[in-house]
Design a protein. Sequence first.
Length: 239
Amino acid sequence: MTTPRRGRMPAVSDTDIRRVARRLLVAQGPEAVTLRAIARELGITAPALYRYYGSHDDLVDALRSDICLDLARELAEQVSELPEDGIVQLFAICRGFRHWALAHAYEFTLVFASPTGDSASAMRKFDEPFGRIFLEAAGRLLTTYDIVTPPTDVIPHALHEDLVKFQTELLSVIAESGQRFPAEKLDLGVTYLMTQFWARLYGHVTLEVFGNYPMPVSDPDALFDATLADLARSIGFAT
């Protein structure tokens, strides 16, 4: 669609803008999501988009939020069909996250592998729908099971201050959201374990999405299952 030469520009909505931005992202990748490209698709001028967003970064942040919400809904639907078991649900979420990332590589790239300009990136905001899915499953796990956590003296001392801050943020989110999470169990060891768990899951999925395994892998499903089994053993469970 090209910009009309005469007459009034077509009326557009915030929904139209996000829809076109998402379509460009899925078809061509994050680099294609520019104000000029979106305006061209909508038949308006790029400056007209500033009526809705103060900057390109604001638009990308809105797009990230939409993607996270869609991912959370997809994972929540999967979890709703499972038994009320924290272990079962947590590892089902891990598998669902990987499946989504492989099927939505460009969206994964925008949300999880692109700079946000904010130290609290989307994948660390547990007060967002996607983060709450993990937090709720972790809460069910901690409520039902006694997991193995590292003693405080094993955790690098240089990380203590950061972990305490993260612990405080998580407790605040839990209190405000009313989630069923045993806050009294969220000690420094559990906080450290949650961070390590996410880092390993995210690292594995990222390597797979971008094809950066250190060796050719003929059965990536088997490798991922082995990673999950190792993660389960790290918290005291055998799969």
